[in-house]
Ligand binder design. Structure first.
Ligand SMILES: C[S@@+](CC[C@H](N)C(=O)[O-])C[C@H]1O[C@@H](n2cnc3c(N)ncnc32)[C@H](O)[C@@H]1O
Length: 289
């Protein structure tokens, strides 16, 4: 009986959902810091056949080599990995002799990063912080370089993004470099669409669910909004996820980097030609203090 009431409530909620969510009004990112979701996402980050939330190890190796060169990294360089996830970049950098500091608010991922570093014998070269990057303060740490990969600067308001860039700038030494990976504005799908699918288990749950998705392009906010309603079919419980991706032109983001204190900015569309499966979707910024 309760289940039926839940289904009815859930479907009416979908029906009354409203046309256009306000970008970042109450949510803008996947719930990485929710332990149950974080655990499922970590499994996908580590899945070499069906990766999500990170890249497969062969691609990461190419990126790490490229970053080592572009960020002038050498043994004993200090690297700040902002939204480090499971340490899949930070730990290999530590294995090259760097000293790394990783910050992420998903405790499950940071736990994995710690184990990974210990397994590789580089725990002493790694410092981990479970923290929201909006609240972090690493000013004066004088890092040689920082990385903010996989577009996470886009899942927040412009004001928040500017504040995060200022915090990163404050953590770097003179001449220090930031690598920022952002979606290429030309590659973002700016059409509205809806879709649905069912599955037995996956990112959205460990039991059968119905995923109802919609994408809305908000021209005024230059933001792609995705809203998912996940109806759990055994209970009638429903989760609502609202994602926002603020799309920045190269000129606009370059200006934001200058405002944050960076003196020069170079851009590398499509990861400078690295053979990553989704390289075309990205622009990499290398900004120097
Ligand atoms: C797409 S994953 C990328 C992880 C890692 N950079 C990689 O490429 O393997 C995004 C990560 O950003 C973290 N994240 C998102 N928003 C955050 C915030 N406000 N504060 C701290 N971490 C955040 C998530 O927990 C997640 O681990």
């Amino acid at each position: 009986m309760n289940g039926e009431r839940n289904f009815a409530r859930a479907l009416w909620k979908v029906y009354r959902r409203g046309n256009r969510p306000i970008p970042f009004a109450y949510q803008g990112n996947l719930p990485y810091d929710d332990p149950a979701f974080g655990r499922r996402m970590l499994a996908r980050m580590l899945d070499e056949q069906d990766a999500a939330g990170s890249r497969i190890s062969a691609e990461r190796t190419l990126q790490i080599n490229w970053l080592t060169n572009k960020l002038n990294l050498a043994p004993e360089s200090t690297l700040f990995d902002v939204t480090c996830g499971a340490g899949l970049y930070a730990v290999p950098f530590a294995m090259q002799g760097l000293r790394v500091t990783g910050v992420d608010f998903a405790s499950i991922s940071i736990d994995y990063a710690k184990e990974f570093a210990a397994r590789e014998g580089v725990a002493a070269r790694c410092e981990w912080h479970i923290q929201d990057i909006h609240k972090m303060d690493f000013a004066g740490r004088e890092f040689h370089a920082a990385i903010l990969l996989y577009g996470q600067l886009a899942v927040m308001t412009e004001e928040q993004a500017q504040a995060v860039l200022r915090k990163i700038a404050a953590s770097l030494r003179a001449g220090g470099k930031l690598c920022l990976e952002m979606l290429n504005p030309d590659m973002v799908d700016k059409t509205n669409s809806t879709w649905w699918f069912t599955d037995d288990r996956g990112l959205w749950g460990n039991a059968p669910f119905l995923h109802l998705g919609e994408r809305i392009w908000d021209e005024a906010a230059q933001t792609s909004l995705e809203r998912y309603h996940i109806l759990h079919l055994e209970t009638g419980e429903m989760d609502e996820i609202l994602l926002g991706d603020r799309v920045y032109s190269v000129d606009f983001l370059t200006e934001m980097l200058h405002t944050a204190g960076f003196s020069s900015v170079h851009t590398y569309p499509a990861w400078d030609g690295l053979p990553l499966y989704d390289a075309d979707e990205w622009i990499v910024y290398i900004a120097t203090m």
